[in-house]
Design a protein around this ligand. Structure first.
Ligand code: F0G
Length: 351
């Protein structure tokens, strides 16, 4: 009879809702904080994974979307729109169904993972593939919401950030205080903004005694914040963070500087290495973009930037099932055996 009620009910007093707000929820949040044994050994630290792929639509976007759709419903919106590299659109599509709203999504043509496209389709969203990248999609979505009766649910909508900050609350609630370091992937930079807001609110109210240093990682081919300039044609196999002009750029820099952290880049090769390590050694299957946090932690450790003994949380943002192509690619083909125990045992190396 006692299940997690979703982030709005669990953190109601810290979110912009009133008693009469019609809450639209799929019971998002309350995700596992999993001790990472191999990463802890490698770094000499106490490393935890915040497994956001365990959310209802398989990514952290659900935390922001329950807030965005709830508030859109409260304001009487009949339709919502978003630009997306895939996860925001999957989440918006599902929550719009719950709210009885029409959902329109703008995605970069050919650059979103199949699982995410399948989610938007099955939830009945109106999908437009844009002949451009995510940044172009966001420009278009903003223009449409400015001029037509449709509410924008991208993270430029501040209530999205409010919802997503609850992940930091959960971590402090679980650990008893903030970690020393928080590591996460950076794309449009909404999530690093949201975590920093959550951590600073808890510290200001004395729930935590301190805030962590925020470490963010972009993919090398899509690293505008690291380079200090817009990337016109972003590229990376981590399509979720293939973004050249992040909307929350300035907030990400503020989070970095106020926390005493840094934002760096990781190559696709480093991302895929971390992706395979997480799956094969920690038992946690994430999508490639999510592995950027862990790739970054390993890179920082190799550079001697990680003092031993620290408590570190890495957010892994999305479920591996979103984009299974990378799990299958390069893996050995399963062998076929007859219905015969001896033959099967031999193939398994048991005999
Ligand atoms: N990881 C995943 C799996 C994502 O889907 C995203 C963003 C990020 C990390 C980066 O988070 O943008 O807050 O810095 N995906 C957005 C989308 C852009 O449309 O689904 P961010």
């Amino acid at each position: 009879t006692h299940q997690w009620r979703g982030i709005i009910e669990e953190y109601r007093d810290r979110l912009p809702v009133s008693d009469s707000t019609p809450v639209v929820t799929l019971r998002e949040g309350g995700t596992p904080l999993v001790p990472a044994q191999v990463l802890s050994e490698r770094t000499g630290c106490e490393v935890h994974l915040k497994v956001e792929g365990a959310n209802p639509t398989g990514s952290f976007k659900d935390r922001g979307m329950t807030m965005a759709i709830t508030r859109a419903k409260e304001e009487g919106a009949k339709a919502v729109i978003c630009a997306s590299t895939g996860n925001t659109s999957a989440s918006a599509a599902a929550y719009a169904v719950r709210a009885g709203m029409v959902c329109a999504v703008l995605v970069p043509q050919g650059k979103i993972a199949l699982g995410k496209m399948g989610q938007a389709l099955v939830h009945g969203a109106k999908i437009l593939q844009v002949d451009g990248n995510f940044d172009d999609c966001l420009t278009l979505a903003r223009g449409l919401s400015d001029n037509y009766p449709v509410a924008l649910v991208n993270s430029v909508n501040p209530v999205r950030i409010e919802g997503q900050k609850t992940a930091a609350f959960e971590i402090v609630d679980m650990l008893g205080d903030a970690p020393d370091i928080h590591v996460l992937p950076v794309g449009n930079a909404g999530n690093i903004t949201a975590y920093w807001k959550g951590y600073t609110e808890y510290a200001a109210d004395g729930v935590a005694t301190r805030t962590p240093r925020m470490w963010g990682f972009q993919a090398s081919g899509s690293a505008p914040i690291v380079r200090g300039e817009i990337v016109k044609d972003p590229s990376t196999i981590a399509t979720a963070i293939r973004i050249g002009n992040p909307a929350s750029w300035q907030y990400a820099i503020a989070a970095r500087d106020e926390s005493g952290g840094f934002i760096d880049e990781v190559t696709d090769r480093e991302i895929l290495r971390a992706y395979r390590l997480l799956a094969s050694q920690e038992g946690v299957f994430v999508e490639p973009a999510s592995a950027a946090s862990v790739a970054g932690l390993l890179k920082a450790a190799e550079q001697g930037k990680v003092d031993p003994g620290q408590r570190i949380v890495c957010t892994v943002t999305g479920n591996g099932l979103k984009d299974p192509d990378w799990a299958v690619a390069g893996a050995p083909q399963p062998v076929t055996v007859p219905v015969d125990a001896a033959a099967a045992a031999e193939r398994l190396g048991l005999a």
